[in-house]
Write a protein that binds this ligand. Structure first.
Ligand code: FAD
Ligand code: NAP
Length: 339
């Protein structure tokens, strides 16, 4: 375990917000956890890669960084493989490793920033695949009872960009490792917009998980602003999932508003389209703005504060609400502590 006082968090959040914490503790093993101070949700926070958070204020207490390593095959039978991965491992490195060994299951989730331990928090998803489809179990430390707990997939309450860990029990569990199911048998999932087209350009022999992985990486590099070049936390708003009837009305009143069936009488609408329709794509307010590359992404052009980004997000919410009569929900966790 490593401990440092008054750390800067600027390089620990992909928005590049220049906040500070009281203390930083790097958790490097499961044994470290037994020696940690008690977690106080009103003062402390847990971080992986900091790619799905907005720090509106400093953190008065401790930032616990999950840096628990480990990647091993724990089961292999009948074409099915289960790997156990430490929560501090880099997600994209895991995907890259799995396809290099010929496994399929998570190739569509390439190039998502952040750590493995954060992946179940919002049930990461992209290009038609969600983490929930490959999870065997999630192991976590329960801050309340000071005990380990192993969650079966059905206990995680995975939903669209959501889980038990993000909403009902946020701040209760520190996710230390995952078991993920991979396969030697490859069922490509490439019907998602743009993916098949990208593959047609590059694949002239058999379609492999590696080819899908590379296609996803290429599309993402073209379409999404990289946090290394410009501060951002990916999509800042979730696509609203609303009743079919209400979605139908909105689509009738706003020709071209894209929607997709989301099951259980619900439709998922495109938040990016709504923001662009309101003329906010590329909008800039001083050092912060809406990306001109992608309307769902808020950006820090440099030197923007968490307060400025949060004000911008609220302005986008208000403008969209007055046009579409619905409130876009932020996807990253907003941390606004009482200082
Ligand atoms: P952090 O930002 O560090 O933390 C996120 C939340 O999880 C916080 O509330 C934190 O307290 C909590 N947390 C973190 N680790 C743990 C742990 N071990 N135990 C308990 N709680 C924890 N997301 C997608 O779903 N799909 C995408 O395609 C996608 N693309 C992105 C592209 C870009 C350019 C960026 C910047 C972000 C993107 N994201 C995407 C969002 C983000 O990368 C994911 O949600 C990722 O899983 C966050 O991981 P992290 O380690 O950075 O989490
Ligand atoms: P895109 O391919 O341009 O599509 C725009 C939106 O349309 C996405 O939000 C996507 O919803 C939806 N969509 C497109 N085709 C769909 C289909 N066949 N069925 C259902 N929904 C469909 O999106 P993009 O912004 O370039 O991102 C590509 C993928 O990476 C998406 O899955 C997106 O979620 C993911 N991504 C996520 C983040 C993040 O921070 N969460 C950031 C970048 C990219 P979904 O978002 O529900 O897939």
């Amino acid at each position: 375990m490593k401990i440092s006082e008054r750390p800067s968090l600027k390089h620990l959040n992909t928005f590049g917000v220049d906040a500070r914490a009281g203390l930083r503790i790097d958790i490097e093993s499961e044994e470290d956890i037994l020696a940690l101070p008690v977690f106080d949700p009103g003062k402390d926070l847990v971080l992986g890669g900091g790619s799905n958070i907005l720090l509106v204020t400093d953190v008065p207490g401790t930032v616990f960084l999950n840096r628990i390593p480990g990647r091993q095959v724990v089961e292999e039978s009948n074409g099915k493989t289960v790997v156990e991965v430490g929560g501090g491992e880099n997600w994209h490195d895991l995907v890259s490793w799995s396809v290099s060994l010929g496994y399929s299951g998570i190739e569509n989730l390439a190039l998502i920033p952040g750590c493995v331990g954060a992946a179940p928090i919002q049930n990461i998803g992209a290009y038609g695949v969600e983490l929930a489809s490959v999870i065997e179990s999630v192991t976590a430390w329960d801050w309340q009872t000071s005990q380990w707990r192993v969650f079966k997939p059905e206990e995680c309450r995975f939903a669209y960009r959501d889980s038990l860990f993000k909403t009902a029990a946020s701040d209760r569990y520190l996710i230390t490792s995952l078991r993920i199911r991979l396969s030697r048998e490859f069922t490509p999932r490439i019907s998602y917009a743009g993916l098949e087209g990208e593959l047609v350009k590059s694949v002239n022999r058999d379609l492999t998980p590696q080819a899908v992985f590379e296609a996803v990486v290429r599309i993402r590099q073209k379409k999404l602003p990289s946090p290394e070049k410009i501060g951002n936390a990916g999509s800042f708003f979730k696509n609203p999932v609303i009743d079919d009837a209400r979605a139908g009305e909105l689509q009738q009143n706003h020709a071209g508003l894209p929607g997709w069936p989301a099951g259980n009488g619900k439709t998922k609408l495109s938040a990016a389209w709504m923001i662009e329709h309101c003329g906010l794509k590329g909008h800039r307010n001083g050092p912060v703005g809406v990306s001109d590359q992608h309307a769902l992404v808020l950006v820090n052009h440099g030197g923007g504060s968490g307060v400025q980004l949060w004000q911008l997000a609220k302005m986008v919410q208000q403008v969209v609400a007055s046009e579409f009569d619905l409130v876009l929900e932020p996807e990253p966790r907003i941390f606004e502590f009482e200082i």
